[in-house]
Design a protein around this ligand. Structure first.
Ligand code: HEM
Length: 229
């Protein structure tokens, strides 16, 4: 398997088949999310809901593939492929782009989980079998806060177990991993109390981040592995 995935890529002599597949999968699931947004815009609530679930499955498959490929050591293989640009270009363009990509990916992942739970809470089935959104005030989601607290416990367990972080780094890690997302969820709770408005507005923001994720993913890949310098 490692021989196959580590073989020459399709997109450029500097890519591996494994890294090309990873790019295609990422482009696939992001496009599926964007298409689900298009369905919602056209008032096709049920089709939108199904497409979102299919996109989530694809995203989880992608994450599993990515983790597996890294575990097999393919990353070190592609890391060995030389980056061809100069160090000025790396410092001024590529490094900030990579950081922006990381931030965009983290926010998109968080928002997608939030939105799926929110979608289930806000949906309203109609008699003809179609789906629309509830119009009243949204109730706080016990599931969302339950997942949040389990996540917090997991982060605390991880930092204690690793024992490698200083106490100030532990605090930064917990604030970024739990404090900021929980703060954003509280902010959304008070700023957008109506269920349908909340789903539409946060949903649009989420799709905007997916658009940014597509742009940063493809640009980073292009600059790292395809562009000729
Ligand atoms: C990542 C997850 C999701 C995102 C980003 C998202 C995004 C959106 C957006 C942007 C709209 C409004 C479209 C517009 O009027 O411009 C919308 C509407 C809607 N969403 Fe979602 N959504 C997500 C998950 C879900 C889920 C899981 C469900 C159902 C369980 C759902 C059900 C609906 C329904 C019923 C509508 C109303 C469609 C209509 O106006 O007829 N959504 N969604």
């Amino acid at each position: 398997m490692i021989d196959f995935l580590g073989g020459p890529g399709i997109l450029s002599p500097r890519t591996t088949l494994g890294s090309d597949i990873s790019l295609f999968m990422a482009m696939g699931f992001i496009s599926m999310f964007l298409f689900a947004g298009y369905l919602a815009r056209n008032k096709k609530g049920l089709a939108h809901h199904r497409m979102i679930l299919a996109s989530m499955v694809m995203m989880v498959l992608y994450l599993a593939y990515y983790a597996q490929v890294r575990y097999m050591g393919l990353a070190s293989l592609s890391d060995q492929m030389k980056y061809m640009g100069g160090s000025d270009f790396y410092n001024t363009v590529l490094h900030p782009l990579l950081m922006a990509h990381l931030v965009v990916v983290s926010i998109s992942l968080y928002l997608s989980v939030y939105m799926v739970i929110n979608g289930f809470m806000a949906r309203f089935p109609l008699d003809d079998g179609s789906l629309t959104l509830k119009t009243g005030f949204a109730k706080p989601s016990k599931v969302l806060w339950g997942i949040g607290l389990a996540w917090f416990a997991f982060l605390v367990w991880m930092t204690t177990l690793s024992g490698r972080l200083s106490s100030s780094h532990t605090v930064i890690f917990l604030v970024l991993g739990f404090g900021v997302p929980a703060g954003v969820a509280l902010l959304i709770h008070f700023a957008l109390p109506k269920a349908d408005r909340r789903h539409r507005i946060v949903g649009r923001v989420c799709l905007m981040f997916f658009g940014l994720m597509l742009a940063t993913t493809t640009t980073t890949y292009y600059l790292l592995y395809i562009a000729k310098y």
